[in-house]
Design a binder for this molecule. Sequence first.
Ligand code: NAD
Ligand code: IPM
Ligand code: MN
Length: 356
Amino acid sequence: TAVKKIVVLKGDYIGPEIMTAGLAVLDAATKDTTFSYELIDAPFGGDGIDRAGDPLPQATIDMLKQADAVLLSAIGGPKWDNASRRPEQGLLEMRSSLNLFANIRPTKVTQAQIDRSPLKPEYVENTDFVIVRELTSGAYFGRPRKLEAHQAIDTMYYSEKEVTRIMHKGFKMAQKRRQHVTIVDKSNVLATSKFWRKIANEVSKSYPDVTVDYYYVDAMTMAIMSKPATFDVVIIPNLFGDILSDEAAQITGSIGQIPSMSVGESGPNLYEPIHGSAPDIAGQGIANPISMVNTVAMMLMESFDEKRIANKMTQAVDYIIENHYVTPDMGGTMTTDEVTQKMVDYIKNDESADIK
Ligand code: NAD
Ligand code: IPM
Ligand code: MN
């Protein structure tokens, strides 16, 4: 089997702290397996500005295109907020240049996590949905876009092709899950949303096995709090998906646990936690590494079909949550390194248990 090329974009502020953790758990989980990989470091984001003068250097783009998968931690932060090209600009350009139009963000509350949720147990029980966020169009990319002294403009744009392909992506995922899709938009006001809903309705006819419902995004922010367990696949435009996915993360107790995957029509997938670089806690050694461990596990599962290794990693996550070996954002007192070591030890012991 060929050596898998993984481009590692280590990120800013807490980025490198959790990337180190994720890679340590990967290393432990792949010991004594035939899976072999090469990690390729490339400058990106704030780190790209510092090391190569741009958040998305051309040399990094070239490496991305040859990769089997791209692993990213979080980028951005106050250090570069006034840069002519901010780290966030590099992230948007990377998503766009790799044509990563679908961003998959899971919200799953395991038995061990129920007590950490800010919602009452009877509300969160059995919560398991995925947000399918359109990622390369909408308000983030529409033209014109202008920031002038006395006015500013953004444009929310969607083409038929862009909406159709994200709908098919979401409906196909639903067929492999619980056969339910929720379409989110603001079609009582916005033209792009009327268009979104119309195409959703047309595409749904090709999936008679999948049930569909429709929500305005404002009502949806309430519904994911009051009945999160009723959702399966949620298909949502770019900007609304950014907002709804942070809210959904909170249902699990902390955004520091949630991975994501961005996929296109071909080429490597991009894997990244949904949260940012958390400048408020950077350098303290207390960032929650779970998001990055789950992100690496998602990559093993989806890009490399390595279910056993991925399961080992997510079992290590379950183990630390069950035993409350967690960082402060989850009500614990452990450091990033201590939590990571607990996962590594769990995997090592599990291995020796296998041999017995
Ligand atoms: P953030 O997600 O970085 O932080 C929000 C809150 O969540 C903070 O209180 C933070 O401490 C906490 N948090 C996030 N991840 C955590 C973790 N792993 N462990 C413990 N706590 C965690 O959002 P923000 O503060 O609005 O943004 C900070 C920077 O990150 C900005 O520059 C923003 O543009 C950037 N950002 C980048 C990405 C990305 O790289 N994909 C995503 C979102 C935001
Ligand atoms: C995310 C982030 C990004 C987004 C920013 C950093 C550009 O918030 O990945 O959720 O808005 O998509
Ligand atoms: Mn976001």
